[in-house]
Write a protein that binds this ligand. Structure first.
Ligand code: ADP
Ligand code: MG
Ligand code: MG
Length: 320
């Protein structure tokens, strides 16, 4: 981030994540409105509290369809469609496994194989039944749970961006725990400088800097939410085939896109695909670009149409 005295930064902790808003006016009222908007959105989608529209669906699993508001229906329909893409390891019905591992929450532990097998039987995305006319969602089996953790922050970052534009804000940045969305660029700058964190590095350590204007930058990595047990690292992106954290050559995936919703979808989707299949998947999507960081310290950009990247850490190699 640029060290500019004209920047006013406002922070909060919402959705279990640090939230940062940057403006170029000292506008506490607007910041308050933004944080309230985020809270309101979180209340629709969260599965970490007893009551939300998504929890109402989960509570009625195996019993009856639940009518939800249009935004909740649309986001579930979107997550459902991504879950059904061929080869997709993104799964909106991953909830029972997420709850079983509790990664990033109190009480995490490695579940028994039997426990994981039992949960796997409850994560078939084909058993999430949507009715667009009725605006209802039904989970076919008791114990099934929708989890929108891989997509909700991106969606909410876009809601905040739309609100800021509506308020005639021409330069701003919102960071929802790794989901960055921008409006315009800082004064006299071509874009916002957004740090790409060094995995397992010291606080503030960066691999490099991404510069964007009017775009979203979303990173999903194995180094944000994880625990270690007997020398093995268990992170929070789960493989819906095995029930265990996805095991591949990646430390993180960053997606640069217009919409933060796409960024959030594709970070999780591309994490599951890995570098080669991931780059192939983006070949016909010019608006969605990715930066893969691998365990053997390579930084690989799928393309660089809408951002620039400057490598800072010489432990890493930029590979074209
Ligand atoms: P972050 O939490 O850093 O935003 P992601 O956007 O990748 O990371 O989302 C990870 C979250 O998505 C997990 O905490 C969990 O709630 C959920 N999740 C885990 N594995 C999957 C998966 N295979 N498909 C969809 N959602 C997942
Ligand atoms: Mg995310
Ligand atoms: Mg995601």
């Amino acid at each position: 981030m640029l060290n500019d005295a004209r920047v006013y930064a406002y922070s909060a902790v919402l959705m279990g994540s640090p939230i940062l808003l940057k403006l170029f006016d000292d506008n506490q009222t607007l910041a308050g409105q933004v944080f309230r908007l985020i809270k309101q959105q979180e209340n629709l989608f969260t599965v970490n509290r007893a009551a939300s529209e998504v929890m109402a669906i989960n509570h009625a699993a195996g019993q009856h369809p639940v009518v939800v508001s249009q935004p909740v229906f649309d986001l579930i329909a979107c997550a459902h469609a991504v879950s059904l893409l061929p080869g997709s390891l993104f799964n909106l019905a991953i909830g029972p496994l997420v709850k079983c591992w509790k990664i990033g929450f109190q009480g995490h532990s490695v579940p028994s194989d039997a426990a994981l097998q039992a949960r796997l039987a409850l994560t078939n995305p084909h058993e999430v039944i949507l009715d667009a006319d009725a605006r209802s969602v039904m989970l076919a089996r008791p114990g099934m749970e929708i989890d929108l953790g891989a997509i909700a922050k991106g969606y909410i970052a876009d809601v905040v961006q739309a609100f800021l534009r509506q308020q005639q804000v021409s330069r701003a940045l919102i960071n929802l725990g790794g989901n960055v969305q921008t409006v315009g660029a800082p004064p006299d700058e071509a874009g916002w400088a957004i740090g790409l964190k060094k995995p397992f590095g010291e606080e503030g350590a960066l691999i490099g800097v991404i510069e964007v204007c009017n775009r979203s930058v979303v990173t999903s990595g194995i180094y944000e939410r994880y625990f270690e047990q007997e020398g093995v690292l268990y992170h929070h992106i789960l493989d819906p085939r095995s029930g265990y954290p996805l095991d591949n050559a990646l430390l993180s995936v960053t997606v640069i896109a217009d919409r933060s919703l796409d960024g959030d979808i594709y970070t999780t989707l591309l994490y599951g695909l890995g570098v080669e299949k991931g780059i192939a998947c983006l070949a016909d999507k010019p608006g969605i670009e990715a930066i893969f960081v691998t365990r053997d310290r390579q930084v690989i950009c799928s393309s660089q149409r809408h951002f620039s990247f400057r490598l800072l850490d010489t432990d890493y190699r930029l590979v074209h």
